[in-house]
Design a protein around this ligand. Structure first.
Ligand code: PRP
Length: 213
């Protein structure tokens, strides 16, 4: 049996669609209710909070997973990336109220000391360090867009898909950074020990994804 970790939340529906188009059994997944483990045919699916998916794979609780590269980068965990599905496209971006955009023009020193709210502290730290700016990070676990209006932060560093959440909260994209999409990944030891079964999944998913393009 191959164990597959899938992220709950906004990517879950898209992951189930990918698996269905790939010919994997998903009827139990569609009807999972509050179950966090679903077994169907030759697969066991673990439904996990997105930020925990890389650890599920890394520590061997799951053989394979579909998860965004934003989450993988933030986890800082080495996984074997088997396929970029190109689905679930979004991007990481700095966003803020209109007045703050001028701090991002010209010298990096203008960004110094900015308060940045984010779920992605590791990625944010790396990104601002690359720009040569030292900022103060405020870790929030969700609804990051609230932070500027509440005076908790000058700007945010978050994932943007449709841009609707930003717009609804009076924020705009200031600087885009990492492009994000859903990746099929595996743990290094699963790749070594269970390659035949994993290859079957990679092949099926890549054909399904190609057919969509
Ligand atoms: C993500 C992200 C934004 C929103 C962006 O949050 O943190 O809030 O989606 O999407 P949009 O550009 O299509 O509006 P998520 O829905 O994962 O919930 P969370 O804020 O509770 O983490």
């Amino acid at each position: 049996m191959l164990t597959f970790a899938l992220p709950t939340g906004r990517s879950f529906g898209e992951c189930v669609q990918i698996l269905e188009r790939s010919g994997l059994p998903v009827s139990g997944l569609k009807d999972a209710g509050r179950s966090l483990v679903v077994e169907e045919g030759a697969f066991r699916y673990i439904l996990s909070k997105p930020s925990d998916v890389p650890a599920m794979v890394y520590y061997g609780a799951a053989d394979v997973a579909i998860v965004g590269n934003d989450v993988i980068e933030e986890a800082g965990i080495a996984l074997a990336e088997l396929l970029d599905t190109g689905l679930g496209r979004c991007r990481m971006a700095v966003a803020g109220p209109p007045g703050i955009a001028e701090k991002f023009r010209g010298e990096a020193s203008r960004m110094m000391g900015l308060k940045v709210a984010t779920k992605y502290t590791r990625l944010a730290d790396k990104t601002f360090a690359c720009w040569g700016a030292q900022v103060k990070l405020l870790k929030l676990n969700g609804s990051v867009e609230l932070a500027p209006a509440l005076g908790l932060a000058d700007c945010i560093f978050d994932v943007v898909q449709t841009g609707r959440t930003l717009k609804a909260n009076g924020l705009t994209v200031i600087k885009e950074t990492l492009p994000v999409s859903l990746r099929l990944v595996a743990g290094i030891s699963s790749v070594q020990l269970r390659w035949n079964a994993i290859f079957g999944v990679v092949d099926a998913v890549s054909k399904a994804v190609e057919a969509e393009r």
